[in-house]
Design a protein around this ligand. Structure first.
Ligand code: GLN
Length: 446
């Protein structure tokens, strides 16, 4: 009730929620109370949470912040939603995002932009901007996000939070509306690494309904938080400190590396030579997959349908023209072009080859270091409207986060100070399925 009151009172300042499920939340809270009394409480019994509105929630609108799905009531729960429910969470509602998770500022939402609680003239980051703003504003202690190219880590950085993008295959994508299936991964967002560990514990694990889910034992993340980090080798890629990085962010990251030195870690300079190709590579692969995934929104099966279609073609064309926003259409156009016959080899195949080189950079680096550290973003939160008309500048905000998704690796963003009153994010990247070292390194810094 306290969180619902806070949402009621303050969310008009931030616009972080699309849907608030007050009645259900109170019923779940009562059920949690009963579970606690009869000894059947799950690990997250009674903990309030908000889900990014890209996760299907049975009986509750699941909009993807798109006019296309404004009227879509999901008929089933995403695995992430289901597992967290089993752990006992109380769902406060569904949070705002960039339309279909395409964006870095939460300005492409059909429901309007989200504001950053640290400075309401600024963006909260995106695409999980509503989840980040809601936590930063104290409207929920925890939230889910999805990260295709940085959408958990970048808003966590811009809102002063800790957010984890798990290894591809660690968390089920079942019921998470697809943007770019080979890159998408759901994960937790909260204030601390410890909270991330508790949330990931409940979310992670094999799911036969996601064919890319990995059948691996899920370690005890909380137990790993205090593992001994002395002798930990931290690689610092020189490419992550190039021009375009805000000097105050660079010095905050240097200062946090000093802290790790004091904890007994060894800091080594490394190189990820294909870093400059990550953004161009991503902006072929992600739109290509998006163009295929979004073809299901045809005005027949789901969501928005135009008024009075003349015939079937008109129904398809106008439903999509009217239902999708500008950024989504831009991605569908780019992706369809890149996949079209005659261009496939020049763009899509080439991008896949570059993706392999990017993965090999990381494989090479992890032969000599245990984790990789650097900034999460080149700049702190920028002003609302500042980059919205310039997609290329916006795309470059993800320069440090995108390669991680192309390589499928886990990475965490944690708070590392402020510049001009705005939070700075430190990014730690780990080996495949080694979330535990990232959580421990983040926890012991905090
Ligand atoms: N900002 C990136 C994009 O617009 C990443 C988004 C995401 O991770 N969902 O594609």
């Amino acid at each position: 009730q306290q969180y619902l009151n806070a949402i009621n009172k303050h969310d008009s300042n931030y616009n972080s929620f699309i849907t608030v499920t007050a009645e259900q939340a109170l019923a779940q809270a009562r059920a949690a109370d009963a579970a606690r009394q009869n000894g059947s409480a799950g690990t997250l019994c009674g903990v309030p949470i908000a889900h990014k509105d890209i996760f299907c929630t049975e009986g509750v609108r699941t909009s993807c912040a798109s006019k296309m799905l404004d009227n879509f009531i999901a008929p089933y729960n995403a695995t992430v939603v289901e597992r967290l429910a089993t752990a006992g969470v109380v769902t406060l509602g569904k949070t705002n995002l960039d339309e279909f998770a395409m964006g870095s500022s939460n300005e492409t939402s059909f429901y309007g932009p989200v504001r950053n609680p640290w400075n309401t003239d600024c963006v909260p980051g995106g695409s999980s901007g509503g989840s980040a703003a809601a936590i930063a504003a104290g409207l929920t202690p925890a939230a889910t996000g999805t990260d295709t190219g940085g959408s958990i880590r970048q808003p966590a950085a811009l809102c002063g939070l800790t957010g984890l993008k798990p290894t591809y295959g660690r968390v089920s994508r079942y019921g998470m509306i697809a943007f770019a299936s080979s890159l998408d991964q759901g994960g937790p967002m909260a204030k601390t690494a410890e909270d991330n560990a508790l949330l990931l514990q409940a979310m992670a694990g094999f799911d036969h309904r996601d064919s890319t889910s990995m059948d691996l034992t899920v370690p005890d993340y909380r137990a790993g938080l205090n593992k001994d980090l002395s002798g930990l080798k931290i690689g610092v890629p020189k490419e992550y400190f190039s021009e375009g990085l805000d000097p105050e962010i660079a010095s905050a990251i240097e200062a946090s590396l000093d802290e790790y030195r004091k904890m007994g870690a060894e800091i080594k300079s490394i190189s990820l030579p294909h870093t400059h190709l990550a953004v161009p590579c991503y902006y072929i692969i992600a739109p290509a997959e998006a163009s295929a995934n979004l073809s299901r929104f045809d005005g027949v099966r789901y969501g928005y349908r135009c008024e009075n279609p003349k015939d079937l073609d008109d129904l398809y064309c106008r439903s999509r023209a009217e239902g999708f926003g500008e950024e989504v259409k831009r991605r569908i156009l780019i992706g369809t072009y890149a996949l079209s016959s005659g261009f496939y080899d020049a763009y899509y195949r080439k991008a896949q080859q570059i993706r392999r080189l990017i993965k090999q950079d990381f494989d090479e680096a992890f032969k000599s270091v245990d984790i990789i550290a650097g900034p999460t973003t080149p700049n702190p939160a920028f002003a609302l409207g500042e980059k919205v008309s310039d997609p290329l500048t916006m795309y470059l905000e993800d320069i440090y986060t995108i390669a991680v998704n192309l390589a499928g690796l886990p990475a965490i963003s944690l708070p590392a100070g402020f510049t001009k009153g705005k939070p700075i994010g430190l990014q730690l990247i780990g080996r495949d399925f080694d979330e535990i070292t990232l959580l421990a390194a983040a926890h012991q810094y905090q």
